[in-house]
Design a protein around this ligand. Structure first.
Ligand code: PLP
Length: 368
């Protein structure tokens, strides 16, 4: 058996809609699928506007640029996330301020945000890690008190719920990714979702070279080409028809994993707090000392048996490009999560057989 950590699920509809783009010659970012995908995905999130982009990374940069974040500003974000979150802050000219994780959800520790706020803070950027939403209410309250914006990185949490509300419509701007391993995919692609019309219009303008409305090729501000193509959006529209099933499959698989692993000493199961619906973008476990093998030893053991895994993100504050401002031990929770955390195969296409195989290999590794 060979079981990848993630893979997309594409079908005849994706092919049909892409073929439609080719047959009708609508292959750039102009075309009906782009608008349809933006409308359907933002509605799915319970938000009014969707601004599609070329990737999740460009969605984050575009969101920060839309809020006017730049030199002299600070953006507060968790250290345990994809490094692109901090990189996009740097790209605007602002400074990323990295915060430790909390044990309970593995997301940004809200209590530790307060001590990082300064007069220069402009944005708080929570990340819904591996499909579990961050605790948004205290973050939104804090932002309101201090007159800050909230840009959520929802790249791993399509359909995840916070107190019954889907992520996407809570922050000022929320950024999604549709990379091939995400919950739905367009190959490469992303989207900003928002309820704020003014911000949606500004994001769409900056995404499209910041053309002035009254005079094309007149530029008053610096814009980007971060547009999604009709070809990508065509795949996105087809994926929207299946998104509920994809999420159900991931949750069903996570529950099966939980039942098969809950007895294994030294394995900590992924969180799901009472206020959250986790969509388990990745089925993530912690390999604790009492397991007997380290996370990396277990990963090699599984790899030899055809089971692909991923280690958790490497904390940004320890990345060679950021480490000069930080030290080991400055974010102890994130550091431990990063050493013990492992993503098991998580694709929506997995069935009971594959998951039983993965967990039987894992248990055998412990007995060895
Ligand atoms: C995937 C991901 C991104 C980047 O998305 P791309 O579409 O690959 O650029 C950003 N943040 C997080 C948390 C992600 O998982």
């Amino acid at each position: 058996m060979k079981i990848p950590v993630c893979e997309p699920s594409l079908g005849p509809k994706e092919l049909e809609y892409v073929a439609d783009c080719v047959k009708t010659n609508w292959i750039s970012s102009k075309g009906k699928y782009v608008t349809e995908f933006e409308e359907r995905f933002s509605a799915f999130c319970g938000a009014k506007y969707g601004v599609s982009t070329s990737s999740g990374t460009t969605a984050i940069h575009l969101a920060l640029a839309t809020l006017g974040v730049g030199r002299g500003d600070e953006v507060v974000l968790p250290t345990l996330t994809h490094c692109c979150c901090a990189n996009m802050v740097v790209l605007t000219g602002a400074r990323p301020i990295l915060v430790d994780s909390e044990d309970e959800t593995w997301n940004i520790d809200v209590d530790k945000i307060v001590e990082k706020l300064t007069g220069r803070t402009k944005v708080i950027m929570p990340v819904h890690l591996y499909g579990h939403p961050a605790d948004m209410d205290p973050i939104l309250d804090l932002a309101e008190d201090r007159d800050l914006c909230v840009v959520a990185d929802s790249a791993e949490a399509h359909g995840a719920e916070y107190k019954g509300q889907r992520v996407g419509g809570m922050g000022d701007l929320e950024c999604f990714s549709f990379y091939a391993n995400k919950i739905i995919t367009t190959g490469e692609g992303g989207m900003i979702v928002t309820n704020n019309q003014e911000l949606a219009e500004k994001a769409a303008m900056l995404r499209d070279q910041a053309y002035e409305k009254e005079r094309r090729f007149l530029h008053r501000v610096i814009g980007f080409n971060y547009r999604m193509t009709n070809l990508q959006a065509a795949i996105g529209v087809a994926q929207m028809e299946k998104i509920d099933r994809f999420i159900e499959a991931r949750r069903r698989n996570a529950h099966l994993y939980n039942s098969l692993l809950e007895q294994v000493e030294g394995i900590k199961l992924p969180p799901e707090t009472e206020w959250a619906k986790n969509v388990y973008w990745m089925y993530s476990i912690l390999v604790e000392d009492s397991f007997g093998l380290s996370r990396d030893e277990l990963a090699s053991y599984l790899k030899e048996r055809g089971v692909e895994t991923r280690p958790f993100f490497y904390p940004i504050h320890l990345q060679p490009i950021y480490a000069e401002n930080y030290q080991w031990g400055s974010c102890p929770v994130a550091e431990e999560l990063s050493q013990q955390g492992m993503n098991l195969p998580s694709a929506a296409t997995l069935g009971r057989k594959e998951i039983e195989y993965v967990t039987s290999c894992l248990s055998a590794a412990k007995r060895r």
